[in-house]
Ligand binder design. Structure first.
Ligand SMILES: [Zn+2]
Length: 104
């Protein structure tokens, strides 16, 4: 009798671990890991998989950020300066070139 309860306990723990690991797949999906965990836990991971596959891939939002690059030392600044502060220290006056950096 006691062995049976231990067995059920172990199975439940393993089940939770499997469901938890599986739910992490939802991170990149619109469904999200938390909802996927609950669905997989109560409705079995087979249902969870169906939900995972039907949910769309989460969109990565990309935007460009205006930044300014010194072509002499290669450093990129987020603010505009009249000339590169690093090169200015060394006695050079180097104009910064506006560039748009792709952010994710
Ligand atoms: Zn520079």
């Amino acid at each position: 009798m006691e062995m049976k309860y231990i067995f059920i306990g172990v199975v439940l723990i393993l089940y939770t671990i499997v469901v938890y690991l599986f739910s992490r797949l939802g991170k990149t999906r619109e469904i999200g890991p938390r909802r996927l965990f609950l669905i997989s836990f109560f409705l079995t991971p087979i249902m969870g998989l169906a939900f995972l596959l039907s949910s769309n891939e989460r969109k990565m939002y990309t935007y460009t950020e205006q930044s300014y690059k010194c072509e002499k030392c290669g450093y990129t600044f987020s603010e505009s300066f009249d000339c590169c502060p690093f090169c200015e220290k060394e006695g050079y006056k180097h104009k910064l070139k506006p560039v748009s950096k792709l952010m994710t």
